[in-house]
Design a protein around this ligand. Sequence first.
Ligand code: UDP
Length: 303
Amino acid sequence: MKILVAGGAGFIGCHLVKRLIEDGNKVTVIDNFSSGRMENIKGQDINIINHNIIDKITLSGFDQIYHLASLASPVFYQKNPVETALSNSVGTYNLLNEAQKHKSRILFTSTSEIYGDPKEHPQKEEYWGNVNSIGIRSCYDESKRLGETLMMDFNREYGVETRIARIFNTYGPKMSPDDGRVVSNFINQALKNIPITIYGDGKQTRSFCYIADTVDGLIKLMNSDYTEPVNIGNPEEMTMLELAERVIKITHSQSKIIYSALPKDDPVRRCPYIMKAKKILKWEPEIGINEGLEKTTEHFRKL
Ligand code: UDP
């Protein structure tokens, strides 16, 4: 198939591109390299379009379009909130127009962040969320919510074949070391034997999915006939303190743990309910946290 990956030079995007090529597809990447990196995709048989999807685009037809083009690390999206809000709203609209014109199937990567600071655990797709519309995370949360709305409306109004993945925290090789996210921060700190920085009391939870599992879930969702949102995540929930302790053990680090202020609106608990993915996509994560952290540590050790 001819497949377009918007945001294909980013962390999840570049792993997806590699898989799609291995599966025999002809892949085009569109990326403005704001957080994506050329080194993630170079040397492969792909077309690369250097473009910001916020700006209007005219594309040749693709069979499938994956939209992963957005800043995703809280540190970075909070530095560029307007850009982030527009990538997931105007950017989604631009790609949807192209999908409608060429009858492409399109998958939007939404996020667990649309559940906000959830009042229900684990988070089912039916839960509407608890989101601050004017906070420092809103540029990401609310624009992903609007992105979902646009996907559903293009489907209902124009019959575009749309798919929505709600991706939970994902980690693995090729994460940017200065991404500011918890897994990359902890592993880098541990490898350098410098203090591991826990924000807040470390009791907040996340559920981490290894990149190969996430990519597999995205491809299965794209090739299903299911239009409503599907959670793609690993339900192995842990506190940030537990994560820090695991990382210290795996890296045999001398690092101490230090505590600093919890960022504003930081969700207290997050864990996906993945029954839909299991039933509809016959998908569930296969790589546990210890194996995944080992593989990720190898990557950072080389860097
Ligand atoms: N966090 C932390 N130390 C760090 C980076 C992040 O304790 O060096 C915490 C952060 O406050 C949050 C969790 O780890 O509670 C996950 O943060 P991340 O930015 O990776 O992703 P999020 O799920 O918040 O989008």
